[in-house]
Design a protein around this ligand. Structure first.
Ligand code: MG
Length: 267
């Protein structure tokens, strides 16, 4: 995010005041956050386990190179993501498909399934700046989380991260795990929180599931979190008025440019 003011010269209180005024001027009554790869690091868990699966399959069938196995595994996982969404049961479909196509022996099937199961049992970590960012925003406006992961796994993440310190469990809205986050599901989540799209700001890492559907329903302020490569299934162009940030704490910069009317900074 480009800012004209030197963030360095603003006292924390002045930054708070500017953010608060920005919320008032833009009628922002609620900030909604995506969870996976917006608040916590999730995609690396998938990629790590998918890589381990490719290595296992390569050991079992060395005539196919490791890179070919990686391509096969990723293509299979992406294909079932399109039809089954983020439902953890997708792993069974992936392994069954690989078994049928490559005649995997039973012990390899079981080891493969174990590798993919670990995705859902490995504790997830906070992304840098996420805790400070959530604390900053929630000091000014209510916050909620909108995620499309499985409800049980979402509860695990809530526990692993200690999210109860930041928001109650009933402020975590779980979209249908068998599909994708769409304009309709975002609309439902905003309704759940008793708000309208024009009074919400949203924060997410996916152009397809977070930024573009909320643009469609009239969310004016959308923060696109950049934190490494994006799933190929989630890549799309985003509108030019999207706010781009590298971590959640950068949301605190949003008021800096728009409030020239505030008293001059004491330098
Ligand atoms: Mg995400």
């Amino acid at each position: 995010m480009q800012v004209e003011f030197q963030e360095l010269y603003l006292s924390p209180i002045e930054k708070e005041l500017r953010f608060n005024q920005w919320c008032q001027q833009n009628n922002i009554e609620l900030f909604l956050f995506d969870l996976d790869d917006t608040i916590c690091r999730t995609k690396e868990n998938f990629w790590e386990q998918l890589d381990k699966l490719a290595k296992l399959l390569h050991q079992n069938s060395p005539n196919t190179s490791i890179d070919e196995w990686k391509a096969i595994v990723n293509e299979t996982n992406n294909r079932f993501y399109q039809t089954e969404g983020v439902n953890p049961k997708r792993r069974f479909s992936v392994i069954t498909d690989l078994t049928n196509r490559f005649s995997l022996p039973e012990n390899i099937q079981q080891q493969s399934l174990n590798l993919l199961s670990q995705i859902y049992t490995t504790p997830l970590q906070w992304l840098p700046g996420a805790q400070d960012g959530l604390n900053f925003v929630r000091a000014h406006t209510p916050i909620g989380v909108v995620t499309h992961a499985n409800r049980g796994w979402t509860w695990q993440k809530y526990q692993w991260l200690g999210l109860a310190e930041y928001l109650p469990w009933d402020h975590v809205y779980v979209v249908n795990e068998n599909g994708q986050k769409t304009a309709e599901s975002w609309q439902q989540s905003i309704k759940y929180f008793g708000q309208e799209a024009k009074n919400c700001a949203i924060v997410g890492d996916s152009p397809k599931s977070d930024i573009n559907p909320t643009h469609t329903i009239g969310v004016k302020h959308r923060f696109f979190v950049h934190n490494g490569p994006i799933w190929t299934t989630q890549q799309q162009e985003v509108p030019s008025d999207t706010h781009h940030i590298n971590n959640l704490l950068e949301i605190s910069n949003i008021g800096l440019n728009s409030l020239a009317s505030l008293p001059a900074t004491r330098h």
